[in-house]
Ligand binder design. Structure first.
Ligand SMILES: [Zn+2]
Length: 335
């Protein structure tokens, strides 16, 4: 197996080299500014009386002042146990739980960046999660505005949709795949929200970046089972389609996918069907999803016969039109 550079780095940093080496060697910690260094007589060159082999806990590397031994964790394991590179990697992978197969080689991402995928510098921000019970402060009552749009109460409960009395808004949590709450999204119920200067949808706290797919935490099992994921733009689409009986849907919460969302989608290793809003032109759609076709089966739902209005989402006109679109207006990317 070939490993991408990032994967090797990940493996090299997965275990503290100091802890690993101290299973076999007697290490003495440096003092003061050198307290991140651990010294021992070198086991790689003969007759070393003074400690000349050092391990750096900060950089996770080793180096000998006497012979030319140096490197990262994998190098140390190769040298100490006299193992080949693949065997040393295997050895580490047996000790730590890294799912190395899941990560797509960096080549894929490079390719995707070149084709319309937004690279977001904030992608690696440190998340602050909201308390698990945060939704309890909102009222759990039937949301008639959404129930009349075809959503069922069961589905509203599944996505934890509540009512916020203070701001007269429908609220629901945005969760990551580990079911941690990243944010609360609110849809105002004031009819005249534009006059009031309120946005239709807001996040109650800063979301930072779209490094999630709404619905993935609830629908991961169904997606794996069906080997297929349907991708829509809005969170509401996930709930409406779920009410229509499509329980393998996620939303990107925006029109432009971020790097993390692409990674998440590819990591599902299943067929992908994009069902974006009508205002995304076919040519535009093509640009966004063609790169995916290199790695998996990709299809897109496109309203060629104007069953929808110009800004509609494919599920806006009810279950029958959706089913018609899904069954008869689904296209493959041409080779
Ligand atoms: Zn040495």
């Amino acid at each position: 197996m070939e490993y991408a550079f990032e994967q090797i780095t990940q493996i090299n940093n997965s275990i503290s080299i100091v802890e690993y080496a101290s299973q076999y060697l007697e290490l003495r910690q440096g003092v003061g500014r050198r307290s991140n260094e651990y010294w021992t007589p070198c086991c790689f060159h003969g007759g070393d009386i003074n400690p000349s082999l050092s391990f750096n806990s900060e950089k996770n590397v080793y180096k000998c002042m006497g012979c030319d031994s140096k490197g990262y964790l994998i190098n140390f394991i190769m040298q100490y146990h006299k193992l080949s590179f693949p065997k040393a990697v295997e050895h580490v992978l047996q000790l730590v739980d890294i799912d190395i197969e899941e990560k797509e080689p960096s080549k894929i991402m490079d390719f995707l960046y070149k084709s319309n995928i937004k690279k977001d510098p904030r992608d690696n921000l440190n998340r602050i999660y909201l308390p698990e019970n945060i939704m309890n402060q909102y009222t759990n009552k039937p949301i008639k505005e959404w129930l009349t749009e075809g959503m069922s109460q069961e589905i509203l409960d599944k996505y934890e949709v509540r009512y916020d009395e203070k701001s007269n808004a429908i609220v629901f949590p945005i969760k990551d795949v580990e079911h941690k709450i990243l944010a609360i999204k609110a849809r105002t119920l004031y009819q005249n929200y534009q006059d009031l200067g309120i946005a239709k949808y807001i996040y109650y706290n800063s979301i930072g970046t779209n490094d999630f797919l709404f619905g993935l935490n609830q629908n991961m099992k169904n997606i794996k089972l069906k080997n297929e994921v349907i991708v829509v733009e809005a969170e509401k689409g996930v709930m409406i389609l779920d009410s229509f009986g499509f329980d393998n849907v996620v939303s990107i919460s925006t029109k432009i996918m971020t790097q993390k969302q692409v990674e998440l989608l590819l990591s599902l290793k299943c067929n992908i069907i994009f069902a974006f809003d009508k205002d995304v032109a076919e040519k535009e759609l093509y640009k966004i999803i063609t790169p995916f076709s290199l790695f998996t089966n990709v299809q897109y739902v496109y309203d060629k016969d104007n069953l929808l209005k110009s800004k509609d989402s494919p599920y806006d006109k009810g279950i029958e039109i959706w089913q018609n679109l899904f069954n008869n207006y689904k296209y493959k990317i041409r080779e």
